[in-house]
Design a protein around this ligand. Structure first.
Ligand code: PLP
Length: 390
């Protein structure tokens, strides 16, 4: 039996999404920019998807820019807004726990002479909006803060930061890749000017995402070509992908409440069982203020990479840190930012549940994980500390 508990890394394409996409690979293959009827058919499909993405986040369809995913949406927002800004303003604010799509875009800006303030978070994994207020200067162009963290699931106070950004007349970008489909939200309530989302986290296909750009936002393109996406992101539209994102967004809108209520019950049962049955295990980040599907646990002296591999052999798929940093030797930047030592961060594992997760899978995982942790601890040179602490 294979138990997939890594839905924050990616989700399977929902059968209804796949069905909606299929015609656009071969039968309805038109280029959405062609004026003949095949082109118009593709254009109608793209428009309808744009409407569904906009409806999910409370935006206007014209404010949606399709991209190749969350990474490109983050890059376009950050690099595009700075490129379009008055050259004398040279400051950006973000947090230490952003996804690398944001952090590395900011590092790129630093190479261009832009100053970036990386705001710390508390041990609960949440940034203090007042720290952001204090960091704003007359030079600040943009604030970029994620909605839900991919590793620990904590939810940032986006509405409060949105107010602060609005008062200071500074652009506000939010990476909502991990909150879309998990939390209900509307861009106007959040007070964001730009917001990134990705299809493969919401049961859509990989390689497609979107950036919401409030209509009066100045943003320069970062890729150059034709006039697609209102000159903001050129390139022939990925029609099947866009249709898939549109269908996934429509399903997320109608299923959101049901999905998260069901998943929260299973996540809490799983988490409580592991915390109770495995000694010196600790939950990372705020317990209360996080998305319903994620739990990140430190199993002292068990070794995260070894644990992920050993659990995989037992049929349980989970991850250490973010999927993109697996294989990297550095401990997770998110876990160290909330105060874990490198050793603790390296012994931490993220489990993330999803729409297809069944209660029976959780029962199985509750039986498997403690056995595997115990076995690895028995082999670990750090194990005596673990035993002593019992
Ligand atoms: N932002 C966050 C918070 C993510 O979790 C991810 C994916 O892991 C991304 C951005 C990148 O999205 P994509 O995989 O679509 O490029």
């Amino acid at each position: 039996m294979s138990i997939y508990l890594d839905y924050n890394a990616t989700t399977p394409v929902d059968a209804r999404v796949l069905k909606a996409m299929q015609p656009y690979f071969a039968d309805a293959f038109g280029n959405a920019s062609s004026i003949h009827s095949a082109g118009q058919h593709a254009r109608a499909a793209v428009d309808s998807a744009r409407y569904n993405v906009a409806a999910l986040i409370g935006a206007k369809p014209a404010e949606i820019v399709f991209t190749s995913g969350g990474t490109e949406a983050d890059n376009l927002a950050i690099l595009g807004v700075v490129a379009a800004s008055a050259k004398q303003r040279k400051h950006v604010i973000t947090t230490t726990i952003e996804h690398h799509a944001v952090l590395n875009s900011c590092q790129e800006l630093e190479k261009q002479g832009i100053e970036v303030s990386y705001m710390p978070v508390g041990s609960d994994g949440i940034v203090d909006p007042e720290d952001i207020r204090r960091a704003i200067t007359a030079d600040t162009i943009l604030i970029s803060v994620m909605h839900a963290n991919n590793e620990i699931g904590t939810i940032q106070p986006i509405e409060q930061i949105g107010e602060i950004a609005g008062e200071a007349d500074v652009y506000f970008h939010c990476d909502a890749v991990q909150s879309t489909g998990k939390l209900p939200f509307e861009v106007n309530r959040l007070g964001v000017d730009l917001l990134s989302l990705s299809a493969h986290k919401i049961y859509g296909p990989k390689g497609i995402g979107a950036l919401y750009v409030r209509s009066d936002t100045l943003m320069a393109p970062r890729v150059f070509g034709g006039h697609h996406e209102r000159d903001r992101r050129p390139g022939t539209e990925n029609v099947p992908g866009i249709v898939g994102l549109g269908k996934a967004a429509e399903l997320a809108r109608t299923q959101l409440g049901e999905d998260s209520a069901r998943v929260a019950v299973m996540r809490d049962r799983f988490e409580n069982a592991l915390l109770e049955s495995i000694p010196i295990t600790r939950l990372n980040g705020s317990r209360a203020c996080r998305v319903a599907n994620t739990t990140n646990l430190t199993f002292a002296a068990a070794g995260g990479e070894a644990l992920v591999i050993a659990l995989d052999l037992q049929g349980v798929a989970c991850s250490t840190g973010a999927a993109c940093s697996s294989g990297a030797i550095e401990p997770s930047h998110v876990l160290t930012a909330i105060g874990l030592s490198s050793e603790e961060a390296r012994s931490s594992v993220r489990f993330s549940l999803g729409r297809p997760t069944a209660a029976a899978e959780i029962d199985e995982a509750i039986a498997i994980v403690p056995r595997v942790v115990e076995r690895l601890r028995a082999l670990s040179p750090l194990a005596p500390t673990a035993v002593d602490a019992r």
